[in-house]
Ligand binder design. Structure first.
Ligand SMILES: Nc1ncnc2c1[nH]c(=O)n2[C@H]1C[C@H](O)[C@@H](COP(=O)(O)OP(=O)(O)OP(=O)(O)O)O1
Length: 212
């Protein structure tokens, strides 16, 4: 059950209700913000299907994620999202904006990652593996069963022919907002990270919410 937030994290402004919060560290400071995008294709049916890409190189390599990257000079985030989707897996889609996330890393870049999240239910073109991403479909439970606290990896599955969402090989924040994305909600959030001894990103503090 969502509860009304008493304090929003720095960098999040508006009237929001928290859905997931954790960590005891102080929020990290950052000097500037750089804009990124992340796009997901979500198809309700039997089974319900989510398209992710396995990142083959660069930042976030060996993790499954949506398709996206940096917003280039002169581009809007929506234009960047469409470009990155085409570049990374060869398709076009009527993307709708559905979320805004802020990520800061201790000892990492001095800028915060402002990531605009997009979704679409249809696409055109042929899904194509590229040098950067390998597209793969995953199944998820019925929308009616998805709440902000649903553990999608262990919920009783429908559609046995596709694997479940691979949270073990995704960014650790994803499990907190993916149920909102799949349920068609708008959402915002912030997560602060540090790199652990194994080179994995560990969340120090996080807050995710939906419009009040
Ligand atoms: N914590 C977290 N959770 C979920 N998604 C992300 C993060 N951090 C992230 O950076 N991301 C997303 C945001 C972007 O979609 C990508 C990162 O973009 P990147 O691949 O570095 O950008 P490109 O422009 O494609 O890079 P190059 O092609 O220039 O190498 O991950």
């Amino acid at each position: 059950m969502a509860t009304r937030a008493s304090t929003l994290p720095p960098g999040i402004e508006g009237d929001f209700t928290e859905t997931s919060v954790g960590g005891n560290d102080s929020w990290l400071t950052y000097e500037t913000t750089r804009w990124y995008t992340n796009a997901f294709i979500i198809q309700e049916g039997s089974p319900n299907k989510l398209l992710l890409g396995y990142k083959k190189r660069g930042f976030g390599a060996h993790l499954y994620n949506g398709f996206g990257g940096k917003v280039e000079a002169g581009e809007s985030p929506a234009e960047a999202a469409a470009r990155e989707l085409k570049e990374e897996c060869g398709i076009d889609a009527p993307l709708q904006h559905c979320g805004s996330l802020l990520f800061v890393t201790r000892g990492g870049p001095e800028w915060a990652f402002q990531i605009e999240i997009y979704r679409a239910e249809e696409y055109s073109g042929t899904l194509t593996e590229t040098d950067e991403m390998r597209p793969e479909w995953f199944r998820y439970p019925n929308i009616a069963d998805v709440t902000p606290s649903t553990d999608l990896a262990v919920t009783k599955e429908n559609g046995e022919s596709l694997p479940p969402i691979p949270y073990d090989t995704m960014w650790p924040d994803d499990v907190h907002w993916m149920p909102l994305l799949l349920a068609g909600r708008h959402f915002v959030g912030r997560a602060d990270f540090e790199l652990d001894n194994e080179g994995k990103y560990k969340m120090l503090r996080w807050w995710f919410g939906v419009p009040a």
